[in-house]
Write a protein that binds this ligand. Structure first.
Ligand code: HEM
Length: 307
């Protein structure tokens, strides 16, 4: 339900809080994740990193927007290469998460009868129909939610939102520090005042006064911040970047030599042995990763509304 990996963009656009000029400039997720992340932290001002993240939108949680770097993700713990988009589906099946229609039924929500009932996007409906051989009850929960038309102003599907709202309030209600023990005796009167008079905006601006003109202009630090006024180069005006990822130079399995990248042809490692009823073809072989940008849609961009 909370698997929302499309939130992670493919590329980041690092900028200076002082001038809005590029610091690192456009940078791929693979250059930031794992051990590379420590280097970025060491060599950049934290305030610039915060400005960068505050002024960029997350990826849009929808179909065909899965970050390419997470499709060829190398686990830092085991070194295993994994396709997280497929893993999101496989894990749900392993754990017995109901499929999309069954899930909606259990939630007492209207249950789609056809793929066109799931989404108004005709192409996606046709693709899902094709992938699932026309069997709507086979549709996996995650792709179903990614395909759903989001209510106005929502960042993710209505199906996910129902669970989210239930669990978020339950989590607060079950925590004594938010309920019975949210008192002067436990926190001290000074402590209560401190909580009541602070928000994420005041926390950020107390530590980084340079952020005040940007995050200070909003009441919600989690909404997109103002950017530096004046001439702005568009965010993520990216140069053509290498289409095949770092993973192309590592063997996909022990003893399998790396192969040169082939633009435009995608090969799959079939899942048959692990998951015989898997409707998708299998893992992408990273050496043949499709040349298109897989995760270019951003929340709040091109008419999308942020919540
Ligand atoms: C830095 C980017 C991220 C990386 C590298 C990452 C990586 C992973 C990995 C390796 C797994 C385990 C897959 C398995 O079961 O074998 C996982 C699971 C998961 N991820 Fe992410 N993830 C990222 C961001 C996110 C985001 C932004 C969300 C949601 C907002 C998210 C939600 C989840 C959830 C709910 C699970 C399942 C956890 C569980 O089974 O207990 N992840 N992720």
């Amino acid at each position: 339900m909370y698997r929302m990996h499309p939130l992670i963009p493919d590329d980041f656009d690092f900028r200076s809080v002082d001038t809005d000029e590029p610091t690192l400039g456009p940078t791929g997720f693979d250059q930031l994740a794992g051990p590379a992340g420590a280097e970025v932290l060491r060599t950049n001002r934290l305030v610039d990193l915060l400005y960068t993240f505050g002024t960029m939108n997350p990826g849009l949680v929808c179909l065909h927007n899965f970050p390419k770097h997470l499709q060829t993700f190398r686990r830092p713990d085991t070194g295993t290469l994994m396709d997280l988009s497929a893993t999101d589906i496989v894990r749900c099946r392993e754990l017995g998460v109901p499929r999309y229609t069954a899930f909606r039924k259990l939630m007492h929500l209207p249950v789609p009868k056809t793929f066109a009932d799931v989404t108004s996007n005709k192409q996606w409906a046709a693709e899902m129909h094709d992938v699932y051989n026309g069997d709507i009850d086979s549709l996996d929960l995650i792709p179903g939610m990614f395909a759903e038309d989001r209510p106005d102003g929502f960042a993710f599907s209505d199906t996910a939102f129902r669970i989210f709202i239930l669990m978020a309030s339950r989590r607060l209600n079950s925590d004594r520090f938010f309920t019975a023990h949210f008192t002067d005796e436990v926190y001290t009167p000074e402590g209560i005042k401190w909580i009541e008079n602070n928000t994420m905006v005041t926390v950020l601006t107390r530590h980084f006064p340079e952020l005040d003109p940007f995050v200070g202009a909003t009441t919600n630090a989690f909404a997109i911040w103002e950017r530096q006024a004046g001439e702005q180069t568009p965010l993520l005006a990216l140069p053509e970047h290498p289409r095949v990822l770092h993973a192309a130079v590592v063997p996909v399995a022990e003893g399998v030599p790396p192969r040169p990248a082939v633009d435009g042809t995608v090969e799959f490692r079939p899942y048959a042995e692990i998951c015989p009823d898997m409707p998708i073809k299998g893992l992408y072989l990273p050496t043949t990763f499709p040349p298109t940008d897989r995760a270019s849609k951003r929340l709040g961009a091109s008419g999308e509304k942020a919540s």
